[in-house]
Ligand binder design. Structure first.
Ligand SMILES: [Zn+2]
Length: 196
């Protein structure tokens, strides 16, 4: 079987609801963490799992009788984006919810993050000088750097909350991860609206 045949839509008898049921039972995903790749903040995903009393990525891999990997025990998945900024994760929220279902989105920004080391203007100017090209209209400047965690978390929680692809019932949280103390600090809790 070539790798291009290992695609669900090519399976014999494929129908989406069946595949969705399979994913729902194979991976009990509840929470998606958006966190920075900075290795000093690598404990953030597990810390969120502890905070929510859930099982962190990748959980324990479950295999069928043939030894094929068919699922996991994990409740908490992660999207790693620079600074843990939510802009890069909006597509993932929509797609993961469509297939598996989500209850919580947790945005984590961390102390001593690289994104606190420059301003958006400096980045845009530096890019133009060093690489050529004006990117001032490519990204929202508010997503390019962090100068205050209350502000950056409020921006990102609102971004997730108001994105057309975010289901209304999802709870959206904003946390700071203190890398000196390996500790999570809750800053924002924005509960979703219950489905009618
Ligand atoms: Zn960072």
């Amino acid at each position: 079987m070539g790798y291009n045949d290992k695609v669900y839509t090519k399976m014999q008898g494929y129908e989406f609801e069946g595949i969705r049921q399979f994913f729902h039972s194979a991976i009990p995903l509840k929470t998606l963490v958006i966190a920075c790749p900075d290795p000093r903040a690598s404990g953030a995903v597990d810390a969120v799992a502890r905070e929510f009393n859930q099982i962190s990525w990748p959980g324990e891999i479950i295999r069928d009788a043939n030894g094929t990997k068919v699922g996991s025990t994990m409740n908490v998945g992660a999207v790693i984006t620079t600074g843990g900024r939510a802009q890069d994760a909006l597509r993932s929220i929509t797609a993961l919810h469509h297939l598996i279902g989500l209850e919580n989105v947790v945005v984590v920004h961390h102390t001593w993050c690289g994104l606190t080391a420059f301003s958006a203007d400096a980045l845009i100017f530096g890019h133009q000088r060093e690489n050529g090209g004006d990117i001032s209209h490519v990204h929202d400047p508010a997503t390019l750097c962090i100068s205050n965690f209350d502000d950056s978390l409020r921006f990102d929680v609102n971004l997730v909350r108001n994105a057309p692809g975010t289901p209304r019932h999802l709870n959206v949280f904003g946390y700071v991860y203190d890398t000196d103390e390996d500790k999570l600090i809750k800053v924002i809790e924005d509960r979703g609206t219950k489905l009618a």
